[in-house]
Design a protein around this ligand. Sequence first.
Ligand SMILES: *Cc1c(COP(=O)(O)O)cnc(C)c1O
Length: 431
Amino acid sequence: MILENTDSKMYNILQNEIRREDETLELIASENFVSNSVLEMAGGVMTNKYAEGYPGKRYYGGCQHVDEAEILAQDRAKSLFSATYANVQPHSGSQANMAVLMTFLEIGDTVMGLDLAHGGHLTHGSPVNFSGQLFNFVSYHVHHDTGRVDFDEVWDLARKHKPKMIICGGSAYPRFIEFEQFREVADEVNAFLMADIAHPAGLVATGLHPSPIPTCDVITTTTHKTLRGPRGGMIMMGEDKENPWGKVATKSGRVKRISELIDSMVMPGIQGGPLMHIIAAKAVAFGEALKPEFREYTRQIVDNAKCIAEEFLSRGYNLVSGGTDTHLVLIDLTENGITGKKAENSLEKVGITVNKNMVPFDQKSPFVTSGIRIGTPAVTTRGMKQDEMKTIVALIDKVVSSPDSEDLLSTVMSEVQDICKDFPLYKELIG
Ligand SMILES: *Cc1c(COP(=O)(O)O)cnc(C)c1O
């Protein structure tokens, strides 16, 4: 690597991160490992190019090649999700959400979203986020007994508050998002329905999770979670209509389409120059996701998560919603006598990376929490299957049961390293 000679300090930091990723078990549900092709594109020369605007309508010259890259990313996204519209420019999932909220709503409008502590995302109305500050969010929750969205409450809140938009989807919801049930509610109160599929996007792309395209008005996602692309966001629609808001018109008097308003909200509304290297890397990742192997991969992600869920259940653990349909499980550790924070820290010591997570009706603060969230996309990318999942659950169980036993932690750590050695990652990048 050239960096080794030009900036040894940063080179060492990078090498340490490559080794950490290779030598530990990554179970954070929102993380994944991109392919070397995606990595190459994300680290490539398109980072140099300013391309404010959209393909064919740029504010800068020299855009012929990045135009092709962006069109390829859009076309592949559309065929992957059966969408008719895709904007691949949002720098992140949060910015995709911001652009959609600001296109569909006026400041102060009422929106419904899943409570953060019940599996929602910061951008679904948290008071510390722009969403909660600019809009009047009303949170719905999961049901205490089932851990699934409480539709009785959703109906009540929708009828009472008449939201202009309902957001479905979340970051720690282990079950399929109930697009059709949300559609019925949205139709009755005449609200837009936005689906945020940041987490299950890869499963949606391969048909392992229901698709929001036929039911939801607008869809946002990240590209770096189960979709296994570079860090970024995207906005899609199944059907693009004339905008209903005072019929915003062009100079020639034509009524603008919703897609045109979303495009303008992304740029110049909330972003400047798009990250062309990342958009090109999205195109590469979408190309990978269109291949049959990607369906096998996502099938294995779900099989691995179901295996982990069964193993925890058989060991007497309490899982929110009693299991999973997707790539993640949420473990409620309240009855295990350990907090999410302590579990995360002890697991980190042995090389197992998870995140502490609020569980529904959590009595503890977000810095402590009563749960941990575990996801299988990253370990599945390394090639791990059910046998490894069983071993991983056994190791987590040991650590959670005796988090202060140094002897036990060091035995578990060497077992973690053995598993990792059998499934090498980014070997060619290690200096
Ligand atoms: C991860 C996530 C996002 C946003 O992701 P960033 O790219 O980190 O901004 C948005 N919504 C949901 C539901 C998510 O899980």
